[in-house]
Design a protein around this ligand. Structure first.
Ligand code: FES
Length: 299
């Protein structure tokens, strides 16, 4: 991610340091899709966002190596792997580290989007149990998880904006607190805080600092009516889930090749092809990238 992490579209493709875990293992441990989990080995522990999936066998879990302390508070998987190497090749035993997985209770989640990056002091002052930063069109998006059951939005505004927080417009509903700060009629900062169990339903607030942001988006954000942006399925050709679903609704027998001809999806590197096949085989399975197993963990 030293280079790919700078690309908003690639960052969006996999935005969190995640842990793939099989539904059976997840159910045994009370792990739900999207919740925070701690991975413990004999030498250390790190936190990840659970991705409950059949893509890994029972008894195995997987975490990518790409995240580090410059883009998240945790998620550096190498720190739980002992420094044992193959005597000939020098290869570390990445695939043979016994670990346990435990849930980490969080009460509140927050999203912050800012045209200027937060510095490490600000991130520390926010006192989140976990945070992750990703680049987005026009700025940086931060996702934070808090163990406190009460975290006033004003505290976040004070830490990030200081005196400028007085010029902020904020709104509260029963399920979230939201605020935006504007300069010259352009959003330079937005934040939302909401209960952790609602995290998967939140709209993508990164769009508020995008140069293409519609004025209605900021009103919708404050009113709590802003819809989630459709997820990008094909990063190469920037084809979204809703575009693919529209084609599949009108042409249910569409093949991957035809989808490519109609939308461009799958016609670049090809890495989205299996997901396109899944959508063709069972469109409802793909309503959320990682939701195919939510039912298995009771959500
Ligand atoms: S992600 Fe490369 S072709 Fe779809």
């Amino acid at each position: 991610m030293t280079r790919t992490g700078l690309s908003p579209s690639l960052s969006e493709s996999d935005s969190m340091p995640f842990l793939d875990i099989h539904p059976f293992d997840a159910a045994d441990r009370g792990v739900k899709n999207g919740c925070l989990v701690k991975v413990l080995s004999t030498i250390g522990e790190q936190m990840f966002i659970a991705n409950v999936t059949n893509a890994v066998p029972v008894g195995h879990c997987f975490a990518p190596i790409h995240w580090n302390h410059s883009n998240c508070s945790d998620g550096k998987v190498c720190t739980v792997i002992p420094a044992n190497t193959d005597p000939v090749s020098g290869q570390p035993e990445f695939k043979a580290t016994p670990v346990e997985v435990k849930t980490v209770k969080t009460c509140l989640d927050a999203q912050i989007v800012s045209t200027t990056p937060l510095d490490t002091d600000q991130l520390r002052e926010l006192s989140a149990s976990f945070w992750v930063a990703q680049s987005c069109e026009g700025g940086m998006l931060y996702t934070l998880k808090f163990s406190d059951s009460e975290k006033p939005l004003t505290e976040i505004l004070d830490v990030v904006l200081g005196e400028e927080s007085h010029a902020t417009v904020s709104a509260s509903t029963t399920s979230a607190q939201r605020a935006i700060n504007m300069k010259d009629n352009v959003v330079v900062f937005a934040a939302a805080i909401y209960p952790s169990e609602k995290a998967l339903q939140q709209p993508d607030i990164a769009q508020l600092v995008s140069p293409q942001c519609e004025p209605n988006a900021m009103h919708g954000f404050l009113a709590g009516t802003l819809k989630a942006k459709s997820r990008t399925i094909c990063t190469c050709k920037q084809v979204t889930q809703s575009e693919i679903e529209a084609v599949l609704d009108s042409t249910p027998s569409c093949s991957v090749q035809q989808l490519g001809e109609l939308t461009g999806a799958g016609t670049g590197c090809g890495s989205c092809t299996s997901e396109l096949e899944n959508m063709i085989g069972s469109p409802k399975r793909c309503t959320e990238k990682r939701s195919d197993t939510e039912a298995a963990c009771g959500r």
